[in-house]
Design a protein around this ligand. Structure first.
Ligand code: SF4
Length: 434
């Protein structure tokens, strides 16, 4: 199985013949470049960006951390040298270190992980290693924050590339959500109704900053994952007349629709408009107010791709992630979290054909792990999550060798007050039962 990184090199090398295995092209030839070329803007006035990949057109907020220069020895080292250096550092650090690798991470990095999973699985996996001094999170910024919130104070959580953010998480910043909340409080007041239900319960997807998780903790709200969104929404409906769901409109819409909430009861909140661009009556009649956020990776999937897969592979089982737009989820056979997708494929009788609507690194890894099935990505164009792609083996080697030298590089620290309130919202989620 060709790794995504190798496939991209093949596709973008001018003299390379197109590989049949990759069935198409990359979404950006820039993917063949090292992430450090994007971490260091050519001119100081060049704003932050996410670099090449599915979310390359998203604008990173000005406050997005910049990684800064990766020392040349790591930029110039080839794959074999970086691998040898990572392995040597791991060997030296032993149990003092735990490396977490997200499902969407490139193979060259994930092969070094002690645990591979989704963001919440990984934060929980770290809890099984309380003696590890350093938790190196090969994911994106909000994931490292969650790990820091849940880990012991003496443990350091490290994000190998500080510029590895998440474009979706960045679509809901704390100021915009606070502004929205103020407008909703003005409209609905703060008193519960006769049944004791609050006017609005804030619900944030795990893919959000620690500040927003803390906002939910402070305001009677809760966190959800793509695995437990329905359970969490039920929890919120029992305590509130309506829900403010951020940042992913698609997860909110798909989940609430499956629970019987009509589309008319789900207005969208555009943070750039007064009342989010809604009339007072639309908000009064709402059950779920959806934030105008989305994942650029999952937004790429279309109903056309599903129709094509069904035409080419009769009997194909189409499974998509609930971050995909509603028409795609409706046209698929099933929708579920990365964990759901993996378990569904693992449990299927041999000889199945699966068209999967989620990030390409994960789909290729599933295809390698379950050779008894035919597994392919719904989108034939190679386009990894550009923010996850920022974690190159060079950065991993750099932070690990820093630890060997006694230096903690790129530590992610969530302020104590923020962490305390975020923990409240996370604990509510853990206590919520279907
Ligand atoms: S796949 Fe989407 S939601 Fe996940 S980290 Fe990348 S941009 Fe964020």
């Amino acid at each position: 199985m060709t790794s995504i990184n190798t496939a991209i090199q093949l596709l973008t090398r001018e003299d390379a013949e197109r590989s049949a295995a990759t069935q198409g092209s990359t979404c950006s030839p820039d993917l063949a470049r090292g992430p450090w070329e994007f971490d260091m803007p050519a001119t100081p006035d060049q704003g932050p960006d996410y670099g090449p990949g599915a979310s390359m057109l998203d604008t990173a907020p000005a406050a997005t951390p910049r990684q800064g220069a990766l020392p040349e020895e790591y930029r110039l080292a080839d794959d074999a040298e970086l691998e040898a250096r990572i392995l040597a550092a791991k060997e030296t650090l032993g149990n003092r270190l735990v490396i977490l690798g997200h499902f969407y991470q490139r193979d060259e990095v994930v092969k070094h992980a002690d645990f591979v999973g989704d963001s919440f699985q990984l934060a929980n996996a770290a809890l099984t290693r309380p003696d590890a001094e350093a938790i190196v999170f090969c994911g994106v910024h909000f994931m490292a924050e969650t790990a820091d919130i849940l880990s012991k104070p003496e443990q350091s959580v490290i994000l190998p590339n500080l510029a590895a953010g998440c474009s979706m998480a960045d679509m809901a910043d704390a100021d915009s959500v606070a502004d929205c909340w103020e407008q909703l409080e003005e409209l609905f007041g703060t008193e519960p109704d006769d049944a004791g239900r609050q006017p609005v319960i804030p619900v944030t997807y795990m893919n959000s900053s620690a500040a927003l998780k803390a906002f939910c903790g402070r305001n009677g709200g809760i966190v959800c994952t793509s695995s437990n969104a329905a359970t969490v929404l039920q929890w919120a409906f029992e305590r509130g007349q309506r829900v403010l769901f951020f940042p992913d409109q698609h997860l909110g819409r798909n989940t609430a629709k499956a629970m019987g909430v009509s589309l008319n009861e789900m207005p969208m909140w555009n943070p750039r408009k007064v009342l989010g661009g809604n009339s007072e009556q639309e908000l009064v009649d709402s059950r779920v107010i959806l934030w105008h956020g989305f994942c650029s990776v999952h937004k790429r999937f279309t109903v056309n791709q599903i129709e094509k897969a069904r035409a080419e592979y009769p009997g194909v089982r189409v499974i998509v992630h609930p971050e995909c737009p509603m028409p795609v989820v409706d046209a698929a056979d099933e929708a579920g979290s990365t964990d759901y997708i993996r378990k569904a494929i693992a449990a299927a009788a041999p000889g199945g054909t699966f068209a999967v609507g989620t990030e390409i690194n994960m789909v290729n890894r599933l295809a390698a792990e379950f050779p008894q099935h035919t597994i392919f990505c719904l989108d034939p164009v190679i386009c990894p999550c550009s923010t996850m792609y920022r974690i190159h083996p060079g950065y991993l080697a750099w932070v690990l060798e820093g630890l060997v030298a006694g230096e903690v590089r790129n530590q992610i620290v969530v302020e104590a007050d923020v962490a305390a309130h975020a923990r409240v919202a996370l604990e509510r989620m853990l206590a919520a039962k279907p």
